[in-house]
Design a protein around this ligand. Structure first.
Ligand code: GAL
Length: 570
């Protein structure tokens, strides 16, 4: 890894907040002399070499984009990332190339990345060239990557930036180095790899117990029960205290669930209600804007984290093992509910920067409360240098193809993604099971029934199928546990796109709907509404995961009610 400094970097950048940065510099073969830097009226600009033949991946949880070359992205945290332009629950200013290198740009700004797109269109003397009239938008707007193209990164407001260059033989090697730089991948406990069932948000104490008993007595292999907003006395914003009417005896509830063998996860977000016992203590360490009339704590300040963690320690000591940290991404789409970019935080960041750091700093506060107790929790925003955090990302967007793509892209950027199953859009058994199959082969298998009064499979009439798939999940736990140990030791993510391991195989460059799972499995989920799919098996000897039958290399068609999964045997 090589660190390069251009101009005067900003004071508040992700490396500043990284707890275990591993700065081991080595020489790189990357042509650093070809990097150009200049200040502009809007911030600063970096130009990096680009070969039109290379393929670029990363920039965080890009649910709608895969191969980034030839395109432009603006990294903005957003709960509703509906376009392939850089908005994301978890944008990460790190990209990796099939040419064997990756670049981490240390900024919390809404940086713009141009991967060869339009970068060469400089003003020049007219040549008198006459163009044919285009009659389709694809012709009209086709982006051309020419020989002169480069990668350009524009960082608003900044007068300088540090960048870090990583090298390796494959995309996986490069990503692993980036992950080790941030402290290595997270290790997680085996119990958290069993399925999670998140209960209806309006349940009271008895209803939660009844649901847990139903799951247990009917043989659904669920390891964690999650409580959604209704457990708190106020939830938008949050008090982080039990609702005394609906949950009069939380300790009894916790005991009952633990005795049945479940772990418990509590939903919350950081915006703090005036009735919360920590409101006054957090007040001096919070932003000058509110969200839903709640304080926005500045978790970059150790005192703010300590106040928050001290309160949460009581929950942890009472038997809570996991948290779901919601709403920390913010949105410009659903009501623009979050704090504005011009918000001022007492720790020195503005709203634009805090949006990029919120998830990471929030996870730090919760980990302080857990005080070494292992977890695999959930979070809706992560960012740069997130690999050490045992939290999975999830989304309210519910497109089946995007959810599959999330599995493939997450491994480029040190983040974890769970394509959770909710009630279904089309309310069919077929949809529920297709989504569950994808979910079972992901880092966290999560059924999120926050708006379903009953377990969704009851109405759909597919209890037995759900039991079957949850048992399959259970059988994968030891393998996943090992994959997480490897993640922590080496930085190799448990779930990876095919191009990550097979970076020299051009067939893999555009495959966004298949992924490698743990060390030896290849998963090719079938999208909702489809009976089959075309898939690709790269070199090596593969067998069908379920039947053990040998499978061919290359492209072929599969039609099945199950999910195509293959195991590498050599
Ligand atoms: C959403 C979240 C859902 C659910 C809901 C409860 O923001 O994505 O999973 O927790 O809040 O209000």
């Amino acid at each position: 890894m090589k660190k390069l400094t251009f101009g005067t970097p900003e004071a508040c950048t992700p490396t500043k907040y990284c707890k275990d940065l591993r700065l081991e510099e080595t020489d790189v073969s990357y042509p650093v002399h070809r990097i150009e830097f200049r200040l502009t009226s809007g911030g600063c600009l970096l130009k990096l070499p680009f070969d039109p033949g290379e393929h670029i991946y990363g920039l965080g949880l890009q649910l709608r984009a895969f191969d980034l070359s030839g395109k432009k992205f603006t990294l903005r945290p957003n709960a509703d990332p509906i376009t392939p332009t850089g908005d994301s629950h978890a944008p990460v200013p790190f990209f990796v190339s099939t040419a064997g290198y990756g670049v981490y740009v240390d900024t919390a700004r809404h940086a713009e990345f141009y991967f060869g797109a339009n970068t060469a269109l400089r003003k020049r003397t007219p040549t008198g060239e006459v163009k044919e009239v285009a009659t389709s938008t694809s012709e009209l707007y086709s982006s051309e990557v020419t020989e002169e193209a480069c990668i350009t990164v524009r960082i608003p407001a900044a007068k300088g930036v540090d960048i870090y260059i990583f090298e390796g033989n494959t995309v996986t090697d490069v990503v692993a180095k980036y992950n080790m730089f941030s402290g290595g991948g997270c290790e997680v406990p085996a119990w958290a790899l069993s399925a999670v069932y998140r209960c209806y948000g309006k349940y009271d104490q008895n209803e939660v117990t009844q649901m847990a008993r139903y799951l247990k007595e009917n043989g659904f292999a669920v390891g964690t029960v999650g409580l959604e907003p209704g457990w708190q006395s106020h939830a938008y914003p949050c008090t982080f205290c039990w609702n005394p009417e609906k949950f009069p005896e939380p300790q009894k509830l916790i005991r009952e669930l633990l005795d049945m063998g479940f772990r418990i996860s509590l939903w919350e977000h950081m915006f703090t209600h005036p009735a919360s016992p920590i409101y006054e203590k957090l007040f001096p360490y919070s932003a000058d804007h509110e969200v839903w009339k709640g304080l926005v704590p500045d978790f970059s300040i150790p005192e703010a984290r300590a106040v928050f963690a001290d309160h949460h320690k009581n929950l942890v000591e009472s038997g809570i093992d996991a948290f779901k940290l919601d709403e920390c991404d913010g949105s410009d789409v659903t009501g623009s509910w979050s704090y504005p970019n011009f918000t001022e935080f007492p720790g020195g960041m503005d709203g634009e920067q805090y949006h990029s750091m919120a998830g990471v700093l929030y996870m730090q506060a919760i980990l302080e409360a857990l005080d070494g107790r292992p977890t695999l929790s959930q979070v809706r925003n992560a960012g740069a240098l997130s690999a050490p955090y045992p939290f999975v990302l999830y989304s309210d967007l519910y497109d089946s193809r995007d959810f599959i793509r999330g599995c493939a892209v997450s491994g480029f950027s040190g983040i974890l993604w769970a394509p959770e199953v909710r009630d279904t859009v089309s309310r069919t058994k077929e949809e529920f099971i297709r989504r569950l199959q994808n979910n079972v082969f992901s880092v966290q298998c999560m059924i999120n029934s926050w708006y379903c009064k009953d377990a969704p499979w009851i109405e759909l009439g597919c209890s037995e199928d759900v039991k079957y798939w949850l048992n399959i999940r259970e059988s994968l736990v030891p393998m996943l546990k090992e994959a997480f140990e490897r993640y922590s030791r080496t930085g190799v993510p448990p779930v990876r796109a095919l191009v990550s391991d097979y970076s020299d195989d051009e067939n893999t460059y555009a495959i966004a709907d298949q992924y490698l799972f743990c060390e030896k499995l290849l998963v090719a989920p079938i999208e909702v509404g489809k009976k089959g799919r075309k898939l690709y098996l790269p070199r090596g000897r593969w067998v069908d995961f379920f039947t053990g039958e040998p499978a061919p290399n290359g492209w072929f068609e599969v039609e099945t009610d199950s999910i195509p999964v293959y195991r590498l045997t050599d």
